[in-house]
Design a protein around this ligand. Structure first.
Ligand SMILES: Cc1ncc(COP(=O)(O)O)c(C=O)c1O
Length: 391
């Protein structure tokens, strides 16, 4: 493994929130600097200044494509994962033009997909939101039953951001194609953490997000299989094959390309196994300290290797984390004006409010170490042992 640690992690709280965002890999940061300085040209310019940015943009496109088993010409750069999701979901539904359209998604999707579907529903599109089981996984038979002759799109994520639950994408895509609809997969959390291959999964559209894979925030990409009809959401100068107007952010596209190359290298070098072992060590340490109070949320096996979502029975997770600022992590709840509400994802899985409000999302990453997880487990255990039990 490379040793350059991002400056932001040195002598700071233990960072266990990689599903929220990752630090920018120093190699990625270095790679984009030339496109913020001397190679500043517009990649569409025909003159000297356009040459280097254009070449860099196309190189980056190839690198992003390579990590998902695609070809560069089928990758569209966007300004975020949310934008890539919106382009996929609304783009397919709007391309139908005038005909009745039906879209299927599922209840633990990221708001980027759920809100795009809500906007479509408000505009008169039929939308079905599938339920999940207790592990947060969609039943393929439920998808089969939901499809109609009007279904144009199914959008289901590869991996959940809160629990790491992996959906059976290849099977869901196969069922979708049997009905002649397009399949979109939001792979924001999966790319770089587990192998993702658009051909193996047989998906038509796939979302990639920079800031979940050690590139900066504000860059994403959408894989678009040839032949899929998409209505662009941002129109203008015809960039990105007419699917997403706006002069490309060359520096951040280069960052995403570099991050994709590093992610591919890391996966090939066994990074997923290293992180999984650390994640499981953290889980073991918590169980050693707190016993049966530690309840895993999400699937045991079919889960992102970096994600541990556990409820510690009897604690209010947001209070616990506030009391140990040495650990930076997320909870299974959202805080509004001092009171916590359970996460819709955990609620959709059927977890009680008590269990959801006790949930910690601990997500590891490239620079997580054994010392980090041991210390985090120690701090969480000590705090949970003395915490005043909630009702
Ligand atoms: C599963 C998933 N999809 C989409 C997004 C949105 O990406 P962005 O923050 O780049 O808009 C996120 C980010 O949290 C995510 O976890």
């Amino acid at each position: 493994m490379r040793v350059a640690v991002p400056a932001g992690l040195v002598d700071e709280p233990i960072y266990l929130d990689h599903n929220a965002t990752t630090p920018v890999d120093p190699v990625v940061a270095d790679a984009c600097v030339p496109y913020l300085t001397h190679a500043f040209g517009n990649p569409s310019s025909a003159h000297h200044y356009g040459t280097e940015p254009r070449a860099a943009l196309e190189r980056a496109r190839e690198q992003v494509a390579a990590v998902i088993g695609a070809q560069g010409e089928h990758v569209v750069f966007t300004a975020s994962g949310s934008e890539a999701d919106a382009l996929a979901v609304c783009g397919v539904a709007l391309a139908v033009r005038g005909k009745r359209a039906h879209v299927v998604t599922q209840c633990t999707e990221h708001p980027a997909v759920l809100e795009a579907c809500r906007a479509l529903a408000n505009a008169g599109v039929d939308v079905t939101v599938l339920p999940v089981d207790g592990d947060g996984v969609v039943d393929p038979d439920a998808l089969r039953a939901a499809l109609t002759s009007h279904t144009v799109l199914v959008s289901i994520m590869a991996a959940n951001n809160e629990t790491g639950a992996l959906q059976p994408i290849a099977e869901l895509a196969r069922i979708t194609h049997e009905h002649g609809a397009v399949f979109h997969c939001d792979a924001a959390q999966a790319v770089g953490k587990v192998p993702v291959d658009v051909a193996d999964l047989d998906v038509d559209l796939l979302t990639v997000v920079g800031h979940k894979m050690y590139a900066p925030k504000g860059i994403g990409a959408l894989y678009v299989r040839p032949g899929v009809r998409l209505e662009p959401l941002v129109r203008g100068g015809g960039q990105e094959r007419g699917l997403r107007a706006g002069t490309e952010n060359v520096a951040f596209a280069v960052a995403l390309g570099t991050a994709a190359r590093l992610a591919g290298d890391a996966l090939a070098a066994g990074e997923a196994d290293r992180v999984r072992a650390l994640r499981d060590r953290l889980h073991d340490r918590l169980r050693e300290g707190l016993g049966d109070r530690v309840l895993l949320n999400g699937p045991v096996a079919s889960r992102l290797p970096n994600t541990l979502n556990v409820s510690i029975d009897g604690v209010a997770a947001h209070r616990l984390l506030a009391e140990i600022p040495q650990v930076a992590a997320s909870t299974g709840s959202a805080c509004h004006s001092g009171s916590a509400t359970p996460s819709p994802v955990l609620t959709a899985m059927g977890l009680s409010p008590r269990r959801s409000l006790a949930a910690l999302r601990l997500s590891l990453g490239r620079w997580s170490t054994r010392e980090d997880v041991d210390r985090a487990a120690e701090l969480i255990t000590a705090r949970a042992t003395v915490a005043e039990p909630v009702g």
